[in-house]
Design a protein around this ligand. Structure first.
Ligand code: GLU
Length: 260
């Protein structure tokens, strides 16, 4: 088990299924717990950035499309839901007097020299001003071929861009399990505690995406691969734990990805 205290610049990715209920409602008790933990990290002089999913999921509360929306419908859901998402974060961080800033990125923005430089500068200025950056994909302008699609990859690219030393992925699962069947029951003996290299065997252990998010374990492993190549550790744990970030160093079930 690793200690969160040994990291300084931390990106925290929160999945759609963690922060949104099935009917597109905000899961306020979870947001309260996560924002309390982030306030604690900031108090301990950590630099923190959030990558928050949930725009499409929260858009479903008021806009009713089919169960499997088209790309254009998902983009419309995101355009509406992004406002709900940021209002929810704003409400929760207000309790700790933490101002927030929104950054929406496309995959191209993280690759192109000028836009990635601008994004990096925006993050630095926000951090210097004590304002918490909250990043999401710019869903409404990204086309299908160039979409991240899920925020695991976006979070890994952001971690690389800003030179983070830790990416925390708050998911609905406790971590990586050697058998897909053990994910639901969270069988301890099947849990992988630490991964030092992404091998074909590790990729094989990854399961499928959840209904609300698009990523699943496979994209988390891809994200871990990017992190490991860039001297950034990554940890996957359940965002549904009480105090999910603080308990990583104590007792939470989690999978760490760290280079030896
Ligand atoms: N940008 C998408 C959203 O906010 C991410 C979806 C996902 O991570 O699966 O809804």
């Amino acid at each position: 088990m690793r200690n969160i205290n040994s990291f300084n610049r931390i990106v925290i990715k929160i999945g759609s299924a963690v922060l949104a209920g099935t009917s597109g409602r905000v899961n306020n008790s979870i947001l309260a717990s996560i924002s309390e933990d982030i306030a604690w990290l900031l108090k301990n002089n950590k630099e923190v950035l959030i990558v928050s999913s949930g725009a499409i999921a929260l858009g479903r509360k008021q806009i009713k499309f089919s169960e499997k929306p088209s790309l254009a419908e998902s983009q419309a859901l995101a355009a509406h839901g992004q406002i709900e998402l940021m209002s929810a974060w704003k409400k929760h961080f207000k309790k700790f007097s933490i101002p927030i800033g929104q950054i929406l990125l496309t995959p191209r923005d993280t690759e192109l020299k000028i836009s990635s430089k601008n994004a990096k500068q925006t993050v630095s200025k926000l951090l210097a001003a004590g304002c918490l950056p909250i990043i999401n994909e710019n869903d409404s302008t990204a086309t299908d071929e160039i979409r991240f699609g899920d925020n695991d990859l976006l979070a890994a690219k952001v971690a690389k861009l800003i030179g983070a030393d830790l990416l925390i992925v708050l998911s609905t699962v406790d971590g990586l399990f050697s058998s897909k069947e053990d994910v639901e029951t969270s069988k301890l003996s099947s849990m992988i505690r630490e991964v030092n290299k992404i091998t074909p065997k590790i990729k094989k252990m990854a399961g499928h995406a959840s209904r609300m998010g698009k990523g699943g374990m496979i994209s988390k492993i891809d994200a871990a691969e990017i992190c490991l190549k860039n001297k950034c550790a990554m940890v996957i744990t359940s965002g549904k734990n009480k105090k999910p970030i603080r308990c990583i160093s104590k007792r939470a079930k989690a999978t760490w990805f760290v280079k030896k």
